[in-house]
Design a protein around this ligand. Structure first.
Ligand SMILES: Nc1ncnc2c1ncn2[C@@H]1O[C@H](COP(=O)(O)OP(=O)(O)OP(=O)(O)O)[C@@H](O)[C@H]1O
Length: 342
């Protein structure tokens, strides 16, 4: 069995729309190549509309029109065999769904049917993949819920009868009850208050460790990455622009965009103005030539306007797509941002 459980190669997924006869293409995922290891937690960060959700929709085999896979592959190497979710049939996806590959979606209500009791939803999701029925199934679910600190009576409740934090734990329960090898989570704690957020994140981490599953999660909150991820990948305008071990990403970033994301985090006791990044992210229907970050980059030179920088390895496990990575000023020695372990 290879060390990597997921291998993404040259993946492109575009929204293809037709407005009154005019074709329009939004290049939300544009040539992403990366891997995720067994047992690893890989965090994906980037600002709004950079393509994070579109990317993980491909990984979660949840692509629906107008999003279409245009090129590349996303191959999982599960114990039951390999599967390229970018090209698999609905039946092949069905065979790995929940048992091998599961998805914690944005906003817990979207996955919970408001007119169905939680227990019924568990049955819909997990009974077939687990191959259990009756009492054995119920015992398994109740035991799993207890690990999530949820009482058995949630099974009789309707979603609206639970608090936001409980609903989110139910969602995590649904995504993990079959002990999947790979869990994908999209902003799993958005809309929760800080205390519940911490609880939910440590639950995901505990369950991941216990099951030795791999997790890919998306959040724009860098302090969550600092505390959860083994490695972090930064997406800018549909492309992976840097990835590396979490600590290095915070203290020795090699891409000016990552350096900006880290520098703009608040630091305890520091009241100086945070540097603002000028300009807006590019329109993905018509992205700029060369490096997509060049119109906003303080280090941009002529070459950046003309040539796309390849993702090159600059340190063990650390890759960046920047012609000027040697000139990116690291934050080593600076105070750790709030919420980031020093
Ligand atoms: N259903 C859709 N139809 C057309 N374009 C879309 C659709 N959904 C997203 N897009 C576009 O695709 C691009 C990437 O969006 P995506 O939601 O993947 O970004 P994101 O990084 O997850 O953003 P956020 O953090 O706000 O969720 C954006 O330009 C967005 O406007």
């Amino acid at each position: 069995m290879s060390r990597d459980i997921l291998t993404v190669e040259g993946l492109k997924a575009y929204y293809q729309m037709n407005y009154f006869g005019v074709e329009r293409e939004v290049r939300a995922v544009d040539d992403i190549t990366m891997t995720v290891r067994r047992g690893e937690v890989y965090g994906i960060a980037g600002e709004s509309s950079s393509g994070k959700t579109s990317f993980i929709k491909v990984l979660a085999a949840a692509v629906r029109p107008p999003l279409r896979i245009v090129d590349g592959s996303a191959r999982f190497d599960f114990k039951t065999g390999p599967i390229d979710v970018a090209h698999a049939s609905a039946q092949e996806i069905e065979a790995v769904r929940w048992k091998s590959l599961s998805y914690i979606m944005q906003g817990s209500m979207s996955v919970l049917n408001p007119v169905r009791r939680i227990g019924k939803t568990f049955r819909d999701f997990a009974q077939r993949p687990l191959g259990l029925s009756g009492r054995a199934f119920e015992e398994r679910v109740v035991h799993h819920l207890s690990r999530l600190k949820l009482p058995p009576d949630v099974l009789r409740a309707y979603p609206h009868e639970l608090s936001g934090g409980m609903r989110q734990r139910v969602t995590i329960g649904l995504a993990t009850v079959c002990h999947p090898e790979f869990v994908i989570a999209d902003e799993p704690t958005t809309a929760l208050d800080v205390v519940v957020q911490k609880e939910v994140l440590s639950l995901i981490r505990d369950i991941q460790r216990e099951m030795d599953s791999s997790v890919v999660f998306v959040t724009h909150d860098m302090s969550v990455h600092a505390n959860m991820a083994d490695r972090v990948g930064i997406i800018y305008a549909g492309r992976l622009v840097e990835e590396g071990p979490t600590r290095q990403m915070f203290f020795a970033p090699k891409h000016p965009y990552t350096a900006h994301l880290v520098a703009s985090l608040p630091r305890i006791g520091d009241t100086t103005q945070r540097p603002a990044l000028e300009g807006r992210p590019p329109n993905l229907a018509n992205p700029p030539q060369g490096c997509r970050f060049h119109p906003r980059c303080p280090l941009a030179i002529e070459k950046c306007r003309e040539q796309v920088p390849p993702l090159e390895t600059v340190a063990p496990d650390h890759r960046t797509a920047c012609w000027r990575w040697r000139d990116v000023v690291p934050l080593v020695g600076a105070a750790a941002p709030a919420g980031v372990p020093a």
